[in-house]
Design a protein around this ligand. Structure first.
Ligand SMILES: [Zn+2]
Length: 558
């Protein structure tokens, strides 16, 4: 029943696509008519692959792999792409879980990417509106990176089918954002030349609406640095005067940084964890480490912040009579995205529109928003975003000006500063949740995520057809890149030629949780969806949550 209704809604959606077209441009040239027809076919080809999209989405969700340890995701995705005719290059840029999958030949070469890694301690049962981990303490998709490859693969397969039949030249290159949460991979892809012949890049990232932006994204770039202090061990009670505590140095560095914080620009974000604080109290820690993210709005500002960090580390080492070294573990530029491609994408976003959410979808969304004390209990998005940054972005552009107060980072920017790139956001998540949090996993293997993937894939597939058949889009994209984006600011990597990807990160955590997580890997040969496999009623709400929703509905009805 549900499926029939969904198919019907999709058909209605398809009709409105052609309806809007014929109203706007009654007289199409034969080329325009062909283009429109192929774009509709691409959207229909995506719809036909909705089940595959759901399977990929749910599979990656169940793997729950942290950055650089995306071993199962890597195996599953590369095998799937090979089965579908792609040629896969494995272990690119010295990363065992990174890959490039190519299909087609000749120009244009279009790269299509999305992240694959998840968040520590974010394990959560999908479809449950309160904290209930699948495996307590384990990683989970609390950012929704399980959905982007599903979107890209079904859109690329739909487009490939059309390219084959119509003999359209061009190369599709699918790739994963490995270790995005560590901003650990993309600058290395660029440095090692994997994007040097690529004409344009479409990147997809989960959001809570269908949207795209161009120009300065208003976010921060960052450099991720681990400071390793070294002192001298000693009996902490018997001869403490003979010891030099590396942990003291870490603590003094943090105190120094936290005092200095008041005198930094308001756009900076900086945070740290202590991955090594010594072994046990009765031994003066001879080794300790602190790991910082230094975030700012531009390359020079990031460098400056990093320099201040090094100076404070020097001070801490001097005070404690210890030594230190530092290593760069990751980096990202602040985002800047391409206008002509974003505009082409936005036309298609408007045609695709938003999914029709069921009552169950909205119940899950609103109950989760209430549970997490979201600023608004408004359920899922029902109106397509305007072109630009998301409505809830703290870094929104005001009147075309970057009135940014800083914010998060994504190393897709290193690619966007190297060639024309856009980020398509799609509505697989619930608005108003904290981000990097177990609650952001609630929707990620439910109909909300599945529909968001299909709608995003339609917009992407239609834009790919545009890019393949209208060479002026890529020409204009390079014109924007050369004459506007990089006119005053050119890309300088934050990593040097000698840095290597920190592929050892997260290894121990994954080793610890993988045996337990693997009991819950999704088996699509036995279960239609992951929800079905876990035996979760959709949606699952506590009684008090159901009562709250009734009250909210009553209030809204007044
Ligand atoms: Zn992300």
């Amino acid at each position: 029943m549900k499926k029939t209704l969904y198919t019907l809604l999709v058909l209605v959606g398809m009709c409105s696509i052609s309806g809007a077209q014929s109203k706007k441009s009654p007289k199409l040239t034969p080329e325009q008519a062909r283009l429109e027809k192929l774009k509709q076919e691409a959207a229909a080809g995506v719809e036909k692959r909705a089940q595959l999209g759901q399977q990929i989405n749910d599979m990656l969700f169940s793997f729950s792999e942290l950055g650089f340890q995306e071993v199962e995701s890597y195996r599953y995705l590369t095998e799937l792409l090979e089965k579908n005719g792609f040629t896969v290059e494995r272990g690119i840029a010295n990363m065992p879980t990174a890959w490039l999958a190519k299909w087609g030949s000749g120009k244009p070469i279009i790269a299509i990417g999305s992240d694959v890694d998840c968040i520590p301690k974010a394990s959560q049962k999908p479809g449950v509106a309160y904290q209930d981990p699948i495996v307590a303490g384990a990683p989970g998709h609390g950012e929704g990176h399980n959905s982007g490859q599903a979107l890209n693969i079904i859109s690329a397969l739909a487009v490939k089918e059309i390219m084959e039949r119509e003999k359209i030249p061009g190369t599709l290159v699918l790739w994963p954002g490995v270790a995005e949460e560590l901003v650990g991979a993309k600058a290395f892809y660029v440095r090692d030349g994997y994007f040097k012949d690529v004409d344009a890049c479409i990147f997809t990232h989960v959001g809570n609406n269908l949207g795209v932006s161009y120009g300065d994204a208003g976010n921060n770039g960052l450099v991720s640095v681990r400071f390793n202090f070294e002192g001298a061990a000693a009996h902490a009670a018997g001869a403490p005067w003979r010891g030099r505590s590396a942990l003291d140095a870490v603590e003094l560095m943090n105190i120094g940084w936290n005092f200095r914080r008041e005198h930094l620009e308001v756009t900076q974000r900086s945070h740290y964890v202590i991955p090594d604080g010594g072994d046990q109290p009765n031994v003066v820690p001879s080794k300790a480490a602190v790991w910082y993210y230094f975030r700012e709005r531009s390359y020079p500002k990031i460098k400056k912040l990093f320099d201040i960090g090094v100076k404070i580390a020097e001070g801490a080492a001097m005070m404690t009579d210890t030594k230190f070294t530092y290593e760069i573990l990751g980096s990202a530029w602040p985002g800047h995205f391409n206008k002509p491609i974003a505009e082409a994408m936005y036309q298609n976003i408007k045609k695709v529109g938003l999914p029709t959410w069921s009552e169950e979808d909205q119940m899950l969304a609103m109950a989760s928003q209430k549970e997490l004390q979201a600023p608004k209990i408004s359920g899922l998005a029902t109106k397509v975003d305007t072109i630009g940054l998301p409505a809830d972005s703290p870094t929104r552009m005001m009147g075309g000006q970057a009135m940014s107060i800083g914010g998060g980072s994504d190393d897709i920017a290193d690619i966007s500063w190297s060639l024309p790139t856009i980020v398509l956001r799609y509505p697989s998540n619930i608005p108003g949740l904290p981000g990097h949090h177990w609650s952001n996993a609630i929707s990620m293997a439910t109909p909300i995520a599945h529909k968001g993937v299909v709608y995003g894939a339609k917009a992407e597939a239609m834009t790919l057809i545009d890019m393949l058949l209208k060479p002026e889009i890529i020409k204009d994209a390079w014109d924007y890149y050369k004459n506007e984006q990089t006119k005053e600011m050119q890309y300088t990597p934050l990593i040097s030629p000698k840095e290597m990807p920190a592929v050892y990160l997260n290894r121990e955590i994954m080793n610890k949780f993988k045996p337990e997580l693997s009991k819950y890997y999704y088996d699509p040969t036995k279960y239609k969806t992951y929800l079905e496999q876990l035996g979760i009623k959709y949606p699952t709400l506590r009684d008090d949550q159901k009562e709250d929703l009734k009250k909210i509905k009553l209030e809204a009805g007044k």
